[in-house]
Design a protein around this ligand. Sequence first.
Ligand SMILES: Cc1cc2nc3c(=O)[nH]c(=O)nc-3n(C[C@H](O)[C@H](O)[C@H](O)COP(=O)(O)O)c2cc1C
Length: 223
Amino acid sequence: MYMSKECKLLQLGFSSDTWGEVIAVFFSNGDVIGLMPLGLRLSENCTLTGRLYRGSKLYNYIISTSTAKLQCNICVTEEPQLFYLSIFEKSKVVKAFKKCECPKKFCDACLTGLCRFRYEEGEDVIRLTVDVEKVLFRKKSPRVFTRASSAFIEALVWFTKIPYVKCEEIEEALKRIEFLKEVVYRSTQRELYIKLIEEVYSKARELVSSVESIRCRSRDKNI
Ligand SMILES: Cc1cc2nc3c(=O)[nH]c(=O)nc-3n(C[C@H](O)[C@H](O)[C@H](O)COP(=O)(O)O)c2cc1C
């Protein structure tokens, strides 16, 4: 894949193998017509690609109006608050983005560009590509949020809990780690992350069987 040396998106943590979660805002004639958390991956020539699933208002808008492109802003932040607000208090966020292209209060970095939509008949997704025109840094080292890293860390936390959880909850802890492994699979193709999460899961299984045989099958349950 061709990537120019000065592709600033790499600095923000975007990559071609791992989904980066952002808040995307779509404009038409200056009006916000869509705002949503969205996963994006780095693609050829320093563009970003993503998928718009059936169900969102923007999906319906694009299908019903046959829109091929829209101006968009991509807000990069690792703070979960903006993701929350974009789901539960969308109108507040829309207002902030109408006032300012890149509200400092919310975004650590902002990308502005043109978003192109591609819809194939019979598919449930609209593929989108963002041609980034401008990158604005609001913080010294902004990074895009990745579900792969948060799921991996969460799996590690559950691994460290295994020796202490109640015997009747130990299988549940293992299930959580398995679920988090699935999240990592879905959110990255990076070999290192996949290898690491598989090791965590396999070590968790070993630990669970040893804890169960030592602690949970004796009369000293839950000690
Ligand atoms: C972190 C996160 C990432 C998401 N990624 C996507 C995505 O890549 N594509 C998509 O269609 N929906 C994605 N969603 C769901 C949309 O954000 C959601 O359907 C949208 O906010 C609904 O907007 P509406 O109320 O305007 O229809 C994601 C949600 C979250 C919380």
